[in-house]
Design a protein around this ligand. Structure first.
Ligand code: NAD
Length: 236
């Protein structure tokens, strides 16, 4: 399928690692012009701006720099995210750790939308990283799940308010990235008895939603979990 992303002006947050990095590289491979906003250095070939997405003025300045370089925006991908104290029961989780997860995963996406929309081209596309954790959970994931549920909600709300652009989010299950390896350990990923996606596979989902091929899809959460959440409790 030709995605016709050549020459598109693409901004990716969190593009220095994992899924964001895979997205930045995949857009570059399609011939798009790519800018990356991250606390860390983005990949070669992309215009990099260092900023913290939770800081309103830092992010505003970073978006201005990225838009100045790109000459506008066709696609915005919100990948910057943290998992926080995964594995820690809520009752043992300090308030500042809860606040940090919500700040990056929720406020960071809201500020990104706020600062980029004035520059967004007609027919543009937002693709935000939510997670299957918006819909299902395991013990020790309450703040992260709450933050990803919020991304699904803000995706719908933005799709209604932002009339010039489509807004969708992707909701992958476990993806082999530095975040997942830090949370679960290398062995859990390398010897997993559950399916694990690659960051490149998620990037292809993001590129499809960013392209005009998906122009009828708006305000949706695309759950990519190998069908796990489709299983009922019925014993058959
Ligand atoms: N890895 C998974 O299993 C998985 C599954 C579903 C969803 N996700 C989501 O995908 C997104 C990317 O995750 P990943 O696994 O690639 O993680 P990662 O840790 O490999 O990459 C995250 C990137 O975000 C950047 N970042 C974090 N906080 C930031 C901030 N405040 N300001 C600017 N940049 C910041 C980091 O520097 C890093 O480059 C996250 O939103 C995550 O919640 C991950």
């Amino acid at each position: 399928m030709r995605l016709q992303l050549t020459g598109k002006k693409v901004l990716v947050t969190g593009g220095a690692s994992g899924i964001g990095l895979a997205c930045a590289l995949a857009f570059l491979d399609e011939g798009a012009d790519v800018a990356v906003i991250d606390r860390a250095q983005g990949p070669k070939g992309a215009f990099g701006v260092r900023a913290d997405v939770t800081d309103d003025s830092q992010l505003s300045t970073a978006v201005t720099k990225a838009v100045g370089h790109l000459g506008g925006l066709d696609v915005v991908v919100g990948c910057a995210g943290i998992s926080g104290p995964v594995g820690t029961p809520l009752v043992d989780t300090p308030a500042d750790a809860i606040a940090a997860v919500l700040a990056v995963n929720v406020t960071g996406q809201l500020l990104l939308a706020k600062h980029t929309y004035p520059h967004m081209a007609d027919g543009g596309a937002y693709v935000l990283l939510a997670s299957d954790s918006a819909f299902v959970s395991a013990p020790g994931m309450v703040p992260y799940c709450a933050s990803k549920g919020a991304v699904v909600s803000l995706t719908k709300a933005l799709a209604v308010e932002f009339t010039r652009a489509r807004v969708n989010c992707v909701c992958p299950s476990i993806v082999d990235t530095p975040m997942a390896r830090a949370d679960l350990g290398d062995a859990a990923i390398d010897e997993a008895d559950f399916p694990v996606q690659t960051a490149d596979e998620v990037a292809q989902q993001v590129l499809f939603l960013a392209s005009a091929r998906s122009r009828a899809i708006n305000g949706q959460a695309v759950l990519a979990d190998f069908g796990y959440s489709a299983r009922s409790g019925f014993p058959a």
